[in-house]
Design a protein around this ligand. Structure first.
Ligand SMILES: CC(C)=CCNc1ncnc2c1ncn2[C@@H]1O[C@H](COP(=O)(O)O)[C@@H](O)[C@H]1O
Ligand SMILES: [Zn+2]
Length: 348
C-alpha cells in the first residue's frame, strides 16, 4: 500500500460497490500467479501503478491484458477471488459487490459459465470460512465486444440471477470508454433491466461521451460508475445532471483511479465535490485496488483530507452507501444494525 492509513478509516465499516475483480488483485497474489507462470516473463511493475505515478487511459487498459494472461484458469480465478474478498474484509469492508467480465480461454478449458461459477464458489467458500463480509456479484459486459456478446452476457447473468440464491444481482457495463458506442448495447441493457437485473453503467468516464450518457440515462441505470464528465463544472451539462437527479441515481466515485488514469488532474478537482455538495448519493469506491495500489480505507481518508470532511461526515458517507446496494432491503437493515453496533468502537 502507498500510504499509512489512520486507524479510524480502517475500522470504519465500509461498503464497496465498484470493484473489478482482475483490477483488484494485490501484490502478494500477483507474486503467486507469476510463480505459477514463470514462462510469461511478467514482472511486477507491469501490473500496478505506484504512488505518484500516472498512466494514460490506454496504458491502464494494457495493464488488464497482462493480468488476464496471469489469470486464465479456474484455479487462478478461485485464488484471485478468494484473496480479493479476504483483503476487502481485512480492510473493514462489510458488504462488497464484485464485478468481473466472464472470459473464455480455449487453451485452458475455461468457459464464461465456469468463470462465473468459480467466482460464486469463492464467495461461498469465504462465507463458509466465516469471513465477515457479505459478497455479491455483478456480471460485466466489456463494451469493446459489441452487441452480440452483450446479449449473450445478459442471458448468462439472468440464468445465474435465478439460480445463485441472490448472489448474482446485476450487470456492469465497462471496458475502454473510447471504444464502441452505448447505443449498440441499449437493447441488451434494456432486456437486462426488464428481467430484473440491476444495472451499474460506467458513464462519461472520458469527455467525449455526453451523447451516449444522455441516451443511457433514459434506461435509467440503477447506479453510475464515475460519471466524471456529467457535471457542467467538468464539461458536462445541466440537462445530464437533471436526469441523474430526477432518477436519483447514485454515483460510484473512485478518486485514485481517476487521478492515476489522468481523467482528473488533481484530487481537489475530483467531481466528488460537486455531487457531494448537492447532497446527491455519492459512494466512495476503489475501482481497481490492485492496479491503482490503493484500498477503500485510503480512498475514504483521501476524500476526507481533500474535501475537509469531519469524522461524523465520513461516517455518514459510509453509512449512506448502504442505501445504494443492489441487495434487498432485509440486507440493508442488517447492515444498518451492524453500523449501529460498531459505532462506539470506531469513535472510541
Ligand atoms: C484505465 C482505467 C483508468 C481504469 C479504470 N476505469 C475503468 N473503466 C472501464 N473499465 C474498467 C476500468 N477498470 C476496469 N475495467 C474493466 O474491468 C476489466 C478488468 O476486470 P475483470 O477482468 O472484468 O475482472 C477490464 O478489462 C475492463 O473491462
Ligand atoms: Zn470501473
Amino acid at each position: 500500500m502507498d500510504n499509512e492509513v489512520d486507524v479510524f478509516y480502517r475500522e470504519l465499516p465500509k461498503v464497496e460497490l465498484h470493484a473489478h475483480l482482475n483490477g483488484s488483485v494485490s501484490c502478494p497474489t500477483i507474486e503467486k500467479l507469476i510463480s505459477r507462470k514463470p514462462h510469461l516473463n511478467i514482472g511486477h511493475g507491469m501490473t500496478a501503478i505506484g504512488k505518484g505515478q500516472r498512466r494514460t487511459l490506454d496504458e491502464c487498459f494494457q495493464v488488464f491484458k497482462v493480468i488476464h494472461q496471469l489469470v486464465d484458469t479456474e484455479e487462478d480465478i478461485l485464488m484471485v477471488a478468494t484473496d480479493v474478498i479476504k483483503e476487502f474484509a481485512a480492510d473493514g469492508v462489510k458488504y462488497l459487490e464484485l464485478r468481473s467480465t466472464p472470459r473464455e480461454e480455449k487453451h485452458t478449458g475455461l468457459t464464461k459459465k465456469s468463470y462465473i461459477e468459480t467466482v460464486i464458489k469463492a464467495i461461498k467458500q469465504c462465507k463458509s470460512e466465516g469471513v465477515d463480509i457479505d459478497v455479491r456479484f455483478l456480471v460485466a459486459i466489456d463494451r469493446r465486444n459489441g452487441t452480440e456478446v452483450a446479449m449473450e452476457t445478459v442471458k448468462l447473468a439472468e440464468d445465474f440471477m435465478l439460480s445463485s440464491d441472490g448472489l448474482v444481482l446485476g450487470l456492469d457495463l465497462s471496458g475502454d470508454p473510447t471504444v464502441g458506442h452505448g447505443k449498440d448495447l441499449l437493447p441488451a441493457l434494456q432486456k437486462a433491466k426488464n428481467c430484473g437485473l440491476k444495472l451499474s453503467l460506467h458513464l462519461s468516464e472520458v469527455p467525449s461521451q455526453l451523447e451516449e450518457s444522455d441516451l443511457l440515462l433514459d434506461l435509467p441505470p440503477d447506479r453510475i460508475g464515475h460519471g466524471t464528465f456529467l457535471h457542467p463544472a467538468m464539461g458536462g451539462s445541466q440537462g445530464l445532471v437533471d436526469k441523474v437527479v430526477k432518477h436519483n441515481i447514485p454515483l460510484e466515485l473512485c478518486l485514485t483511479s481517476n487521478v492515476k488514469g489522468q481523467t482528473v488532474a488533481r484530487y481537489s478537482d475530483h467531481h466528488f465535490k460537486h455531487w457531494y455538495q448537492m447532497g446527491h448519493p455519492s459512494v466512495i469506491c476503489t475501482d481497481d485496488k490492485g492496479v491503482f495500489s490503493t484500498d477503500l480505507s485510503q480512498e475514504y481518508q483521501l476524500a476526507a483530507s481533500t474535501f475537509d470532511l469531519s469524522r461524523e461526515a465520513v461516517w455518514k458517507l459510509s453509512h449512506d452507501a448502504i442505501d445504494c446496494i443492489f441487495a434487498p432491503d432485509t440486507v440493508k437493515q442488517q447492515l444498518k444494525q451492524k453500523w449501529i453496533d460498531l459505532k462506539p468502537q470506531v469513535f472510541k
